[in-house]
Design a protein around this ligand. Structure first.
Ligand code: HEM
Length: 419
């Protein structure tokens, strides 16, 4: 490893160039390179937060959960802690976070998710069958969102007849969260959320009434006990809501970003098309590194600390720029090039999923979905490409890196499914 370049200018005097609100860029790599090299830890006036940009720095902030609280939001820079009932998982600190997380880890373990592969492949094929004769589709609404929501439904055990409606509502709730994400949200997102929580609560009561026999996630949450007590229905509903928010928008982003990257790097696409099965996992890893759908996460200082050369006081915000960490040349060679065949056995693949106690419990599922989506789409639609002339527009804000819509075309009809 080489060390960071040094510069005569004191770190505090160098302003970060990352400006996600006023100048969000499809290619922010030079800005990130500047910030990592010249001001790896610095106050960013636009973010009103301490910005942390290196791979190591991002990991350290996310790992230091006692210093850096999540109870004032990880995707919103809130001024006050969320009301206690809204503090779930990624929006909670220990001990509340710890007992909720325990419930999810088993349900989303690597072996259980591997068992979902046949479902995943069948589901992707079903979605492609519906598009097969069209020659064009919108990546998020017509494919990626349905793929992501369908997997969440399967995991949760949403009754078959309710899945389409569930997927629409879950996606709507995810969009609402996204809209308020960087808008200095006051917390909560209104009447629609309450209606949705009522619906989820009804489903939980029905699962409780049906008994503990099923191994779907809602049944498991419904019958889990801590110190002899069941979880309250309201708390389970909020855990499920967070699983929706965490599991849908991110995966949509990853599937769409992968398609866009293959378009922007035709030689990599040609390589992928030459060995789709063999390269699908490696493609997913590189896509997540190059265009992490979660570009960065908020934290709030809980006790006085020193970060880089800065003294930080309780209440101050930090923004850990995951996308920048993933382009750190101290960790990845040629970091600003999209190279689907990297030596993943010797490279980290975890940063897109966070670090420490909040590390993504859905990572295995996400990686399965991205691989299956890419493999099925390009096997059956080898000419799949972004519609010529269409200029994708990034969603606003600091947290997400994905597009608002993504118009795709292919040479209809799609090839038939293999199984
Ligand atoms: C490409 C897709 C995904 C990405 C990039 C992603 C990324 C992340 C990141 C960065 C975190 C850490 C948040 C923090 O530290 O504040 C996280 C947490 C979480 N993710 Fe994911 N995620 C993805 C898919 C999923 C899926 C499919 C699920 C479940 C169905 C899921 C469920 C969760 C949950 C429940 C948490 C909170 C964990 C905790 O606080 O203990 N994620 N995710």
């Amino acid at each position: 490893m080489t060390s960071r370049p040094t510069d005569a200018t004191p770190v505090e005097d160098v302003q970060p160039r990352f400006r996600p609100y006023t100048a969000k860029s499809v290619e922010p790599w030079e800005e990130f390179a500047h910030d990592r090299a010249r001001c790896p830890v610095a106050r960013n006036a636009e973010l009103e937060a301490v910005q942390v940009s290196t791979y190591q720095g991002v990991k350290e902030v996310l790992a230091a959960s006692q210093t850096w609280s999540s109870a004032l939001g990880n995707i919103w820079p809130l001024k006050e802690p969320l009301p206690p009932e809204e503090q779930v998982l990624g929006w909670a600190d220990p001990p509340r976070h710890t007992r909720q997380r325990k419930l999810l880890v088993k349900a989303l373990s690597a072996s259980r998710i591997q068992n979902m592969r046949p479902f995943s492949e069948r589901f992707a094929d079903d979605l492609i069958d519906e598009l097969a004769d069209r020659g064009s589709f919108e990546m998020y609404g017509d494919f990626a969102a349905r793929m992501a929501a369908g997997h969440v439904c399967e995991l949760l055990g949403v009754p078959e007849g309710e899945r389409d409606e569930y997927a629409r509502s879950a996606q709507r709730m995810e969009e609402l969260v996204t809209e308020t994400m960087d808008g200095r949200a006051e917390g909560g997102y209104g009447a629609e959320l309450n209606e949705w929580l009522d619906y989820l609560s009804g489903m939980i009561r029905a699962k409780r009434a049906a008994g503990p026999g099923s191994d779907d996630l809602i049944t498991q949450l419904s019958f889990a006990q801590v110190d002899g007590d069941y979880f309250e229905v309201g708390e389970i509903a909020r855990v499920i809501q967070l699983v929706n928010v965490a599991g849908i928008g991110t995966t949509i982003g990853a599937i769409g970003n992968t398609a866009c990257l293959l378009d922007r790097y035709p030689e990599q696409k040609a390589r992928f098309l030459s060995d789709i099965e063999g390269l699908a996992l490696s493609l997913a890893s590189e896509s997540l590194r190059f265009e992490s759908p979660i570009s960065g996460l908020w934290r709030t200082c809980a006790k006085p600390t020193r970060l880089g050369d800065l003294d930080v006081e309780p209440g101050e915000k930090a923004f850990a720029v995951i996308s920048s960490g993933n382009h750190d040349p101290l960790v990845f060679d040629r970091p600003d090039e999209f190279i689907i065949e990297r030596d993943w056995a010797n490279l980290p693949t975890d940063l897109p999923f966070g670090q420490g106690i909040h590390f993504c419990v859905g990572m295995n599922l996400a990686r399965l979905e991205i691989q299956v989506a890419a493999a099925k789409l390009y096997q059956r639609m080898p000419g799949l490409r972004v519609r010529p002339g269409f200029e994708p527009e990034l969603v606003p804000g600091a947290v997400l890196r994905r597009f608002k819509t993504l118009e795709m075309v292919f040479d209809a009809p799609a090839l038939p499914r293999r199984t």
